[in-house]
Design a binder for this molecule. Structure first.
Ligand code: NDP
Length: 318
């Protein structure tokens, strides 16, 4: 067991965490990032990224995150591959224990643990993830110009993604397990008025079908839950939009979360309900799950943490 102490402790290694680290290092605050189980975060499970500014040609999600990691390391961020399992935000400095039995102590903590897309849990879905199966239409929709695609889910995200995909796709099929949508009325109206969208009601995906070489989706096998009828729907893209799960389980008893488990921050701020604890990126309560926004909020969290630390220093010198 080792003890790591830093002025700013950052939990999570997605765009929010790395950006916070880059800014903190440049401010001379010797930050430590604890990477978490998915080093590099959600972008490491996507393929090409085309909407992160600064890359005139598409960059692989894994490459973008590796570049951010290298940039952080170069600037002096200490990155520890470990997972925080328990936090104590009632004492100062703040203490966090890890899976590898390390103790991390920080004067300020930036939580950037993100949210994980929910998946159906099918082996075939896993096999084709990044090769036709996606968790983000905004990220990957562009690659399906003129093709037939499907979206799974019945909430606002699924309807929003289906509508967005009609900008590119030849046809979009919404696959929903019930006979009515959870999405807002206005979204349902937009869906009904869009001639490119069909809905498969009362249907679940039994299996994702595809080709081996090159690896890619060719169809989805659907089961009607009312009739048990099976049918194959020819599509080249399958977007799973059945919700996200914020990675906040370890913070539950320590800071304020909203009804869905996202961290509540003050208006236009990354400050959580505990002074000195900041939240950045997808873990923060909000509706925009985009890497560039996560990076921006990582920067903001760091600037706010810097001010918090400066005030701590002023008070201890007074
Ligand atoms: P939701 O939880 O609202 O919807 C998830 C959908 O996925 C539901 O229709 C659910 O079906 C379905 N689902 C869940 N698990 C499975 C499964 N295993 N197999 C098949 N289907 C499944 O999540 P969203 O991401 O859509 O929205 C999250 C929040 O963000 C909501 O509050 C939403 O309103 C908000 N949001 C708002 C937007 C806006 O205002 N523009 C845009 C996007 C999201 P069932 O209905 O049967 O439970």
């Amino acid at each position: 067991m080792a003890e790591y102490k830093s002025k700013i402790l950052i939990i999570g290694s997605g765009p929010a965490g790395y950006t916070a680290g880059i800014y903190a290092a440049r401010a001379g605050l010797s930050p430590i990032i604890v990477s978490g189980p998915q080093i590099g975060g959600q972008l490491t499970i996507t393929t090409d990224v085309e909407n992160f500014p600064g890359f005139p040609t598409p960059v692989a999600g894994t490459q973008l995150m590796e570049d951010m990691r290298q940039q952080a390391l170069k600037l002096g961020v200490e990155i520890i591959e470990d997972r925080i399992t328990e936090v104590d935000f009632s004492r100062r400095p703040f203490e966090c224990n890890s899976e590898n039995h390390n103790l991390f102590v920080g004067d300020a903590v930036i939580i950037a643990t993100g949210a994980s897309a929910r998946w159906l849990g099918l082996p075939s879905e896993d096999k084709f993830r990044g090769f036709g199966v996606s968790g983000c239409a905004t990220c990957d929709g562009f690659f399906y110009r003129g093709r037939d695609v499907a979206v799974v889910g019945g909430g606002n995200t699924a309807v929003e993604e289906a509508l967005y995909l009609t900008n590119f796709a030849n046809s979009v099929t919404l696959i929903h397990r019930r006979d009515s949508l959870r999405a807002d009325k206005i979204m349902q109206e937009r869906l009904a008025n869009n001639h490119k969208i069909n809905v498969e009601w009362d249907s679940v995906v039994e299996e994702v079908l595809g080709a081996e070489n090159p690896l890619g989706v060719t169809a989805v096998r659907l089961k009607n839950v009312k009739t048990d009828a099976i049918k194959d729907l020819a599509v080249e893209g399958l977007f799973i939009a059945i919700g996200h799960h914020p990675n906040t389980d370890i913070f539950k008893s320590q800071i304020e979360l909203d009804a869905e488990g996202y961290i509540i921050t003050k208006a236009n701020s990354c400050q959580t309900s505990v002074d000195g604890i900041f939240a950045a990126g997808d873990v923060q309560s909000g509706k925009f799950r985009q890497a560039v926004i996560a990076a921006g909020s990582g920067c903001q969290a760091c600037l706010e943490a810097e001010r918090y630390i400066a005030a701590l220093n002023d008070n201890s010198n007074a």
